[in-house]
Design a protein around this ligand. Structure first.
Ligand code: TRP
Ligand code: SF4
Length: 405
């Protein structure tokens, strides 16, 4: 299925509740979500179980972080009318699907996920030799497959998780998608498309199966995507019937690669909580101003009369994010000729950050003052996610042979 047909595409993304969000999250993730929610059906969720895979000793922190993070999302403009916002652990079906997928997840696949070894090395102070940590990409696969999401916005570092999800889906479909009477059910579904489309489908399928015509396969898939009158189950049968793989119970998602944003922090390194170089999304204006004012600059500029070099200065990195060409030229010339001081130079950055944060802070305060509204939004999102999850799990249980009558 194409990830590029907005009508048929479902986007899903999760974030660990690791604390209050900062400008790095805003530029790296949230601005992208805001764009996606306009174009696609979106699911955004708090990955609280994922947080437990590495932060299982920080119970109180997680619960506070969950609400802070949801408020940050809403303050930035995540719109519950456009996107389903929910908390992973409130949809316990994720745990069930994780368990069932884990039955068919080869250990070798999990040990080969690059983040497995990387994170163990990066987080040496924690004991990550746990079952939960090894299995967390399976949990992530369950998150994605539960909603039959087709497009997963991820950075480079998470592409391997989407790849593993695809492999698990394929394996699952192959093992359990061969329901009894598949052919008959598929043929019945073909007829439901109406005479003309049924004939077209049959022709395209024949062309693909007999002559290996890939174009025919693509056309047939597009035909299926455009069908309004058939159920989701039938649609998946017909997808599987095309290439002979059996029913596509859990469709394979695609990674929607998010351009890496390297939002610079206050010290020139990437903005990150662990470096202590962040500007929080709801930090008060005085603190924001103070933080930028005290930022280090080009160390060669000891005195106001010493010329400097912007490319050696973290403030310049922020000008690259926030300033137009004219201002950037002014910085370049003024710094190199000692025509401006560092305080002058920081002023436009401070103004730009304040302008960006003002509406976020304002909306954040409104949500903070009305926790019931926030709880309601999340409760509704969880309810709606759960109803999708129940549907998927009914199909999954039947496929696996757990629907006892
Ligand atoms: N693993 C992601 C992270 O650590 C969070 C996450 C969990 C996620 N499930 C997901 C992201 C599903 C995308 C899709 O940040
Ligand atoms: Fe950095 Fe601007 Fe000072 Fe130059 S003038 S050192 S770019 S803060």
């Amino acid at each position: 299925m194409s990830a590029h047909n907005p009508r048929q595409s479902r986007v899903l993304s999760g974030m660990r509740p690791t604390g209050r969000l900062h400008l790095g999250h805003y530029h790296g993730v949230l601005k992208n979500w805001l764009r996606l929610q306009q174009e696609y059906e979106c699911y955004f969720f708090v990955a609280d179980w994922h947080a437990l895979t590495t932060a299982y000793e920080e119970r109180e922190i997680i619960s506070r972080n969950v609400w802070d993070m949801v408020i940050d999302w809403l303050a930035c403009g995540v719109n519950p009318k456009l996107a389903t916002v929910f908390i992973q652990s409130r949809v316990p079906e994720h745990a069930e699907l994780h368990l069932l997928l884990s039955m068919v997840a080869p250990l070798g696949w999990l040990e080969r996920v690059p983040t497995y070894k990387d994170q163990q090395e990066n987080l040496r102070e924690k004991d990550l030799l746990t079952y939960g940590f090894l299995g967390y990409p399976v949990l992530q696969a369950a998150d994605i497959l539960m909603y039959k999401a087709t497009a997963i916005p991820v950075g480079e570092d998470q592409v391997s998780h989407v790849e593993l999800t695809r492999e698990l889906a394929r394996r699952f479909n192959y093992m359990f998608g061969r329901e009894p009477g598949f052919e008959e059910k598929a043929e019945e579904a073909v007829r439901k498309m109406g005479k003309k489309n049924a004939k077209l489908y049959a022709n395209l399928r024949k062309r693909y199966q007999e002559q290996g015509d890939h174009e025919a396969l693509e056309v047939a898939r597009a035909l299926l995507e455009g069908q309004q009158n058939i159920t989701l189950g039938d649609r998946e049968r017909l997808f599987g019937y095309l290439d002979g793989s059996g029913r596509n119970i859990l469709p394979e998602p695609e990674a929607l690669l998010t351009p890496a944003s390297r939002m610079p922090g206050l010290d020139g390194r990437k903005m990150s909580k662990s470096y202590g170089n962040t500007i929080g999304l709801r930090e008060d204006p005085d603190a924001v101003e103070r933080k930028v004012r005290t930022m280090p600059t080009d160390p060669a500029r000891v005195r106001r009369s010493d010329p400097g070099e912007p490319t050696k200065c973290p403030v310049w990195d922020l000008h690259k994010v926030y300033s137009d060409e004219r201002t950037q030229d002014w910085v370049m010339d003024g710094c190199r000729s000692a025509g401006i001081g560092c305080i002058d130079c920081k002023k436009p950055v401070i103004d730009a950050v304040q302008a960006e944060l003002a509406p976020i802070r304002q909306r954040g305060e409104e949500f903070e003052a009305d926790p019931d509204a926030v709880r309601r939004i999340v409760a509704e999102g969880c309810e709606s996610a759960r109803s999708d999850a129940r549907e998927t799990m009914d199909e999954v249980r039947t496929a696996v042979g757990l629907e006892y009558r």
